[in-house]
Design a protein around this ligand. Structure first.
Ligand code: NDP
Length: 444
């Protein structure tokens, strides 16, 4: 058995039941095989065993009291996975499906994604099984304050800088930051995604969705194509989905659907994003309200149906494993030419295989959605320099970063004669820098 397979076998034995973590590690390590074979010194240094084992994992209790006086207890997590190239960096996810396996898969992915940005940020991820949906602002605030009352001792602007993710948007970051500042008496860039009035960066809100479309446009350009006139399907209607839709529309694409965890809307005339924003950002409502407001649009229960809509490009922007093999086959049958992952690990391993076999341009999450964390790193730079950049400057820098991610990923794939395989290209390009830094720093 080779080194990669042995490491994977051990990982599965040592971390039983962590299926999402197994899935991400399998995808990553398998595609790194040619790199590992080219570097026998890695095995001697147990580099892979160290790479897949978080440097530190913090698990904690989060007690809070709801508006009726009932006490609740949630689980809190922070996995500080790898700090070889910079302070741990990665979002916090508040969603009932959060468990250690989910946080570890996200953290492992984050190491390589952050490396791909070319900026000095390590990998981490955290969150809770708390569900902000249906909670009052006061309940969310009390939860965030309790969460930070434990988390503050493990993070810092040079140690670990969390950000948002599913269920953690501007409101939650505000409450978390307020509590950190109160406990530490320090107004520092310890969280990114902050509001503009207290140290946030312009374009951070838009960054992941914009970045997804920038990298897609760059990859299409290589093929003599563009998004202009293309029919696009987007899943989700949260932060990533909304700004992917906005940028795709501005480049002339026709976005015909969006979704949430209950169902999806189809609007053959093209989604009215102003209405989606009203529903999701202002009213915190459900996507089905769109069909009540826009004549000629349809609402369908269930999330999977969104992938049965014929399209040229699909952007999964909701959650992990939302495109399975069956959905991938339907997309291919209906003529999809390009899939860009806005969400983390939205395609199963079998779905990725379907896309690759069919010659679909497939842009994996760690490259395609790196715009969010890249802009978070720009926010960190602004915080430590006590500066505030213009929207144009941040947006231009983001676009440049996304284009060079594509170029690096493409070059890495070609270096190993895996032309067009961006799953391998992204893993290899991200890993090379981290491996180099880990080797240079000794056995730590
Ligand atoms: P939001 O919470 O803003 O939105 C998430 C969207 O996905 C909502 O429409 C939500 O619907 C839907 N969704 C969540 N869970 C499920 C589920 N289990 N099944 C079906 N739909 C679901 O999150 P973001 O937009 O920030 O994040 C979306 C994805 O993008 C995640 O995978 C995240 O890790 C990834 N990502 C986010 C970044 C960021 O900067 N925000 C950066 C990089 C990656 P509902 O409202 O019904 O829950």
């Amino acid at each position: 058995m080779n080194y990669v397979d042995r490491t994977l076998k051990q990982l599965i034995e040592k971390n039983p039941g962590e299926s999402e973590f197994h899935q991400a590690a399998t995808e990553i390590l398998t595609s790194l095989t040619p790199v590992i074979e080219a570097h026998p010194e890695y095995e001697k240094a147990a580099l892979l065993e160290r790479f897949v084992e978080p440097e530190r994992t913090v698990l904690f209790r989060v007690p809070w009291v709801d508006d009726k006086g009932v006490v609740h207890v949630n689980k809190g997590y922070r996995v500080q996975f790898n700090s070889a190239i910079g302070p741990y960096k990665g979002g916090l996810r508040f969603h009932p499906t959060v468990n250690l396996s989910v946080i570890k898969f996200l953290g492992l992915e984050q190491i390589l994604k952050n490396s791909l940005t070319g900026l000095p940020i390590g990998g981490g991820k955290g969150g809770s099984d708390f569900d902000p949906k249906g909670k009052s602002d006061n309940e969310v605030m009390r939860f965030c304050q309790s969460f930070m009352t434990e988390l503050y001792r493990h993070i810092g602007e040079d140690t670990d800088v969390p950000a948002g993710d599913i269920g953690v948007g501007g409101r939650e970051i505000g409450y978390l930051f307020g509590q950190y500042k109160r406990i530490r008496d320090a107004h520092v860039g310890v969280l990114t995604g902050r509001g503009l009035s207290y140290g946030g960066s312009l374009i951070r809100t838009e960054a992941t969705g914009y970045g997804l479309i920038y990298i897609t446009a760059r990859a299409l350009k290589d093929r003599g194509e563009s998004l202009k006139g293309k029919t696009v399907v987007i899943s989700g209607s949260g932060n990533v989905a909304i700004y992917a839709c906005q940028k795709a529309q501005s480049l002339g694409a026709k976005v015909v659907s969006m979704s949430d965890s209950d169902g999806y809307i189809y609007d053959k005339n093209g989604i009215r994003l102003d209405i989606v924003k009203q529903i999701k950002e202002v009213r915190r409502g459900r996507i089905k309200e769109y069909a009540d407001e826009v004549k000629g649009s349809e609402y369908h229960e269930g999330c999977k149906g969104v992938w049965t809509i014929a399209c040229d490009a699909a952007f999964p922007c909701a959650t992990q494993n939302e495109i399975d093999e069956e959905s991938a086959k339907i997309l291919v049958k209906n003529g999809v030419k390009c899939v860009g992952e806005g969400a983390n690990m939205p395609s199963t391993l079998a779905a990725i295989e379907v896309f690759q076999k069919a010659g679909v341009l497939f842009l994996p999450a760690k490259a395609a959605n790196a715009g969010g964390v890249a802009t978070s790193a720009l926010e960190m730079a602004q915080s430590s320099g006590r500066l505030f950049w213009s929207a144009e400057k941040v947006d231009e820098t983001l676009k440049g970063i996304m284009e060079s991610i594509y170029e690096n990923v493409d070059a890495a794939a070609k270096r190993y004669r895996l032309d067009g395989n961006y799953v391998a290209g992204a893993n290899i390009a991200g890993f090379e820098k981290v491996a180099d830094a880990m080797m240079a720093q000794g056995i730590v």
